[in-house]
Ligand binder design. Structure first.
Ligand code: 1CP
Length: 330
């Protein structure tokens, strides 16, 4: 995070606690619902620590979800088995009904989990907190579920820009408050996930992606000096060029779909994280070794946190994760 280089880059994997692990599937069954996992500190601690115990990653990431913010705002989020997240779709009239005053109270069990994780983690393993970027969180709030192109939120933003800005401001303020609370509970750094930043045009990108993220960064650093913040605006192509300077994040998370020469240029501006194609981790064998080698060759001599270019998927074989770690750590 601070750009200090180590001989072997630190490594963790986005979505490292999850359905590819049998111990996670067992815990999920025991907990009942996904939100029961998130809101029961004992379970959230266990889920967070599972991949650390199994693989010895250099960082743990709090087990939770970006959608606990809409849940805390009163939009009742549901995760039914076999479906993605479901929310009641939002209309312009629902914005005034959001309940930003009470979010930290609602999220107390998550913060309790952060404290518990920190006290159980080895001292040299970093603990990452996180939230979703306002744009990505808003896409789920407006559509009520994941969509392939986030057209409902894009149309809403074009039709009602003032209302949309109000919504993003509410999400940004709550997210900042939540991240500050995560730092106070023991997080060493936080990541802001903007998984849907890639669907915006230039004008919208500045308004709905970088501006609200910068606001979060400012609000967090007002409370936590030099708070280390990773930005992950997935798939934004040439917009990556100015993302760091426009948002003030410290480390930039890169997806896999970019020329390595561009990734290297971005690394000259500061630390980067990424960016193995998650399907190489599913495929294993040579595809995996070659993917790891290219990243180490191209980015290994600069400030790098090794990670995937997006989350690990449920069908990933555990032996491939072991193969990847062996390749990175020699
Ligand atoms: O059935 C289950 O067990 C639920 C699967 C699952 C898991 C394991 C969901 C539902 N969320 C999570 C955990 C989660 N989500 C973490 C935990 C920490 C980790 O190990 O990394 C994190 C950081 C997230 C973040 C998240 N949730 C993002 C951003 C990252 C990304 O992958 O793009 C997004 C977009 C979500 C929404 C969400 N939650 C769950 C699903 C299946 C989705 C995506 C839905 C969709 O777009 O259709």
């Amino acid at each position: 995070m601070k750009g200090i280089q180590t001989e072997v880059p630190p490594v963790w994997v986005m979505r490292q606690a999850g359905r590819y692990l049998p111990e996670y599937r067992a815990l999920r069954e025991k907990a009942g619902g996904f939100l029961d996992l998130c809101y029961t500190p004992e379970f959230a601690i266990e889920a967070t620590l599972q991949p650390i115990k199994r693989f010895g990653f250099d960082a743990a990431i709090l087990f939770s979800d970006i959608l606990v913010i809409p849940d805390a705002l009163g939009r009742s989020v549901r995760f039914d088995a076999g479906h993605g997240p479901q929310l009641d779709p939002m209309s312009i009239d629902d914005i005034d009904g959001l309940e930003p005053e009470n979010i930290i109270n609602h999220l107390k069990p998550v913060l309790e989990a952060v404290e518990g994780i920190r006290s159980d983690l080895p001292a040299d393993t970093s603990l990452l907190g996180f939230c979703g970027a306002p744009w990505t969180v808003a896409t789920y709030m407006i559509a009520g579920h994941g969509t392939p192109d986030q057209a409902p939120a894009r149309i809403f933003a074009h039709q009602y820009p003032e209302a949309f800005e109000r919504l993003l401001n509410i999400i940004a303020k709550c997210s900042a408050e939540y991240l500050v609370a995560q730092f106070r509970a023991g997080a060493d750094a936080v990541q802001i996930f903007d998984s849907w930043a890639s669907v915006l045009d230039q004008d919208q990108f500045e308004k709905w992606c970088t501006r609200p993220v910068k606001k979060i960064v400012e609000l967090v650093r007002r409370e936590i000096d030099n708070a280390p913040i990773i930005g992950f605006p997935k798939g934004i192509g040439s917009f990556y060029q100015d993302y760091r300077s426009h948002t003030d994040i410290d480390m930039m998370g890169l997806d896999w779909a970019m020329p390595m020469s561009f990734a290297k240029k971005l690394q000259e501006q500061g630390p980067v994280q990424g960016n193995l194609d998650p399907t190489r981790l599913i495929a294993g064998g040579r595809a995996l070794d070659e993917g790891v080698d290219v990243i180490l060759e191209q980015l290994g001599n600069g400030p790098l946190v090794f990670n995937l270019g997006h989350g690990i998927t449920p069908q990933t074989p555990i032996v491939h994760v072991e193969q990847m770690l062996k390749r990175i750590r020699g």
